[in-house]
Ligand binder design. Structure first.
Ligand SMILES: *Cc1c(COP(=O)(O)O)cnc(C)c1O
Length: 468
């Protein structure tokens, strides 16, 4: 951009950082903050104004007051957390971008209690000696899945990586071509395989893989037969895969471990429309030697990778150097143990993910009525419609399963849909909703207690702003 005489004059008038800083420090709140931080933000405010002048967007070049005000805002914003609670009105229960599973009270309480102070994370209270962080949850997971043993790592990607590195490095792993899954770009079976040092042997075709394909691929070099749950897509039509029983039997007769990356990690049978999601326990009882899954998908806990199965393999994984690098932290472990307590106590309705995924007509209609009641106080000009919707599980789980859901479609006055949607995202508790055909859709399946009131408050605030 050309710097003409006018811009040069404006740039000359720009106050120095010291002048702006002085003004900013007149504010007591700002003056109480670390000097280094305030100076940096003063410098940033001046630099931004310089850029605005150069881009022809300047306006307050000589106005120290205004630039100092911006510097103060930058300073205040810089000490606020950026990570915030948001309201999920998208209907997608396990929204990876919105943090996947919301936690149960028991999980939250255990995090709070153990993280506020010290805990017995790796301390054996009975003997006073060093303990293992895994022991807290292993027994519970075994009770819930029928597994012999278990190991927990950072996430399921880490679980798969550890399993392959520990059991198949320098050797071959046989996988069906129909199962070379990609989960959200950063997890692709062929790439994970390569990273782990194992060689991927692809068998079959995209739509059909037969038991004989697996059998023909077995050599001296084979370490594992591996199944990958196609948790975010479906292959339909002219398809074939050997049954789990056949694959397990083939592994057994060849002295090979058969493992599965199960992804979703359901601990209980979910009655889902048009989809059968196997539980971890079912997979183990079929005879898989190891099964891995996520903690924050269908299980409804925090981020974690859960590896369950035969003790002799878990022992090998425990000895691997990677375990330390992939280990789960104490907050996620507390989230997991709290959630597992809910399962063991039979309090499934207290696990938000399960409650939302299995919410029936009665509960959804009640939530719809609640939201409708809250929004009814909006003035004329806003159009409210009760609508039926279809929501998804999300988070790379239950592909193509549409959960019949319901919610409210809101048409703001003056067709300000885009502006209202933006306003909702910038609300004190940001609200994420869908926009469709000029309406804002609030799907009640993923709403939590209190969200309806907050949505109504946001719409009222928009109304107030607009009528100002
Ligand atoms: C989700 C998923 C993963 C990745 O799990 P994270 O816990 O997100 O690391 C790996 N494999 C399958 C089959 C999955 O569904």
């Amino acid at each position: 951009m050309k710097i003409d005489a006018k811009k040069q004059e404006q740039l000359r008038q720009l106050p120095g950082v010291d002048k702006v800083l002085e003004r900013m420090l007149e504010d007591e709140t700002i003056a109480a903050l670390p000097a280094g931080l305030v100076t940096l933000q003063a410098r940033k405010a001046v630099a931004r104004e310089r850029e605005r002048i150069i881009a022809d967007k300047g306006g307050c070049a000589a106005n120290v007051e205004l630039i100092a005000e911006r510097g103060k805002q930058l300073t205040i914003a810089s000490i606020q957390p950026r990570l915030r609670r948001v309201i999920n009105a998208s209907g997608v229960v396990l929204h990876t971008n919105l943090g996947r599973a919301p936690l149960s009270m028991r999980a939250l309480q255990l995090i709070e209690e153990t993280a506020r102070g010290y805990s017995n994370l790796e301390f054996e209270l009975s003997s006073g000696r060093r303990g293992s962080r895994y022991n807290h949850v292993v027994e519970k997971i075994c009770l819930l899945t029928g597994a012999e043993d278990a190991l927990i790592v950072n996430n399921n990607a880490a679980a798969v990586m550890l399993m392959l590195a520990a059991l198949a490095k320098g050797r071959e792993v046989v996988v069906s071509r129909g199962e070379l899954v990609e989960i959200g770009g950063s997890f692709r079976i062929p790439a994970v395989m390569e990273q782990s040092g194992a060689t991927l042997i692809e068998v079959g075709t995209t739509n059909k893989t037969h038991l004989r394909d697996y059998r023909a691929a077995i050599t001296e070099q084979t370490a594992l037969l591996m199944k990958v749950h196609t948790s975010n897509y479906r292959i339909i039509g002219f398809t074939a895969q050997p049954t789990d029983e056949e694959l397990v039997e083939l592994g057994r007769s060849n002295n090979l471990a058969v493992v599965e990356d199960l992804g979703g990690g359901s601990l209980v049978s979910l009655d889902l429309p048009g989809w059968y999601e196997p539980t971890v326990a079912e997979k183990l009882s079929t005879g898989f030697d190891l099964v891995t899954c996520s903690g924050d998908k269908l299980m409804g806990a925090g981020q974690a990778g859960i590896i369950v199965g035969k003790r002799k393999y878990i022992e090998v994984l425990k000895q691997h150097q990677l375990l330390r690098a992939l280990r789960i932290d104490k907050l996620s472990l507390a989230a997991l143990e709290g959630t597992l307590c809910d399962y063991l106590a039979g309090c499934l309705a207290e696990i938000p993910t399960l409650r939302m995924l299995t919410a029936g007509d009665a509960e959804l209609t009640k939530r719809q009525n609640d939201l409708c009641k809250c929004l009814r106080s909006l003035p004329e000009g806003w159009k409210l419609e009760c609508v039926t919707l279809a929501s998804m599980a999300g988070g790379g789980t239950l592909p193509e399963v549409e959960f019949p859901s319901c919610g409210i479609a809101l048409t703001p006055p003056a067709n300000d849909v885009a502006a209202v949607e933006r306003f909702l995202r910038s609300w004190r508790v940001p609200i994420v909703a869908r926009v469709q055909e000029g309406r804002i859709l609030f799907d009640v399946r993923s709403l939590l207690d209190g969200d309806a009131e907050e949505i109504a408050a946001a719409c009222m605030a928009w109304e107030d702003e607009a009528t100002k």
